[in-house]
Ligand binder design. Structure first.
Ligand SMILES: *[C@@H]1O[C@H](CO)[C@@H](O)[C@H](O)[C@H]1NC(C)=O
Length: 392
């Protein structure tokens, strides 16, 4: 009896402690006391600056990194729609350097873990043998579109939701981006993301699209690929590959079982594309207000070009010109590239923005690039010497 009694006392004691603990620190406050700071590495100007929460925030606050202002958690606004947050990915992705080049023999096949700032999207830089976030490399377009130009300078280009913009335009290559987004009543612009890209080269065309989806599941493929008017189905398995029968040879390889591919057009380009949803962290930190009906699946893109001319234009393309001087305001906390008008196109495959350079001529003939020794060809190395351009 005494034993039972003491047992009950212990149980009661534990319960009391648990209850009082919960009462003393409501969950919101526990994580977010009366102060907060921005912890986004990307936004150096704001990172770790302490902010005092406004008094009316019942559950504490977070600091919105872009504006560098504290905002209430679970908003003080009257019953907002229930936000949908994709479940966080379990553990950071493991990546390896897959280049068999002799230079990287020490690094080849060594396993690395993605940094915490990009747990699902990193690659091993075989040169330094370190994992780097894919969206931090020059030639990337990620998030609400954050561009990193060839010059390494980061800038935002918001465009407009449901519209198309010229990302790259050169005589033999053109890439448009289709933007989706959410209206933001508090700002003069929309929140936007790149949902699809349309690529034109020679007489060929490729579109890569993120399919609209309500709830996100990493295991379900939301990537839609169309080449020359036909949808391309590649088995959902890392390493599966599609190859064109025409030249310049075009390869599409899955770099993950789902939602991640690399497209290579021989001697012209290499594009990595990954379909991602808006994550909980992004929606919370940037106040996107993502709801249950649409997680705004969009593309994270990495570009490499092997044969651009010095005339190349487009939001991203212009940064590849040798004499390019960035127009974005240096030192601004959020440098924005203007020019909605000059980059605006009338459709995913329409090379009709005012700065367009593309001509759909069959200049790159079948197989012509396979024989660089042909005397009728004039070959020049690309602007950074990474590729070869040939003209008849
Ligand atoms: C894409 O290529 C196919 C095959 O050449 C062609 O029929 C189609 O019209 C092209 N689409 C666009 C939008 O250029």
């Amino acid at each position: 009896m005494a034993q039972l009694f003491s047992h009950i006392v212990v149980v009661l004691l534990v319960m009391t402690i648990t209850v009082s603990k919960v009462e003393a620190t409501p969950p919101g406050i526990a994580n977010n006391p009366s102060h907060s700071h921005c912890s986004d590495d990307e936004i150096k100007q704001c990172k770790n600056l302490p902010h005092v929460c406004p008094k009316f925030c019942p559950n504490g606050c977070i600091t919105e990194c872009r504006s560098c202002k504290p905002i209430c958690i679970d908003g003080a606004s009257p019953s907002p729609p229930p936000p949908y947050y994709p479940p966080p990915s379990t553990s950071p992705k493991k990546v390896k350097c897959k280049s068999k080049d002799k230079k990287y023999v020490k690094c080849y096949d060594q396993e690395h873990t993605c940094p915490s700032t990009c747990p699902g999207t990193c690659q091993v830089d075989c040169v330094s043998c370190k994992p780097v976030c894919s969206c931090d490399k020059p030639g990337s377009v990620c998030q609400d579109p954050r561009f990193i130009g060839a010059d390494g300078i980061t800038f935002y280009f918001h465009g407009k939701k449901d519209k198309d913009f010229c990302l790259v335009s050169d005589s033999n290559l053109h890439i448009n981006g289709h933007f989706i987004g959410k209206r933001n009543e508090n700002m003069k612009r929309d929140f936007t993301w790149v949902q699809a890209i349309g690529i034109l080269y020679g007489t060929h065309n490729i579109s890569i699209e993120a399919q609209k989806t309500a709830t996100w599941d990493d295991a379900i493929d939301r990537l839609y690929l169309n080449i020359d008017g036909e949808s391309i189905l590649i088995p959902n398995k890392e390493g599966e590959r599609w190859m064109s029968e025409y030249g310049p040879t075009t390869y599409v390889t899955r770099t993950s079982n789902t939602n991640e591919i690399v497209i290579e057009v021989e001697n012209i380009l290499k594009i990595t594309a990954k379909v991602v949803p808006i994550t909980e962290k992004e929606s919370r930190v940037h106040n996107y207000g993502i709801t249950e009906d649409d997680c705004f699946a969009h593309l994270e893109l990495g570009f490499k070009f092997f044969a651009l001319s010095d005339e190349v234009s487009g939001v991203l393309g212009q940064t590849y010109r040798r004499n390019y001087v960035s127009r974005v305001k240096m030192g601004a906390s959020m440098p924005v590239m203007g020019g909605d008008k000059e980059f605006s196109a009338s459709g995913l495959f329409n090379a009709d923005c005012s700065v367009a350079k593309f001509q759909a001529v069959n200049e790159i003939n079948e197989g012509s690039l396979n024989n660089l020794e042909m005397p009728s060809l004039r070959c020049n190395s690309g602007i950074y010497g990474r590729g070869v351009v040939c003209k008849r």
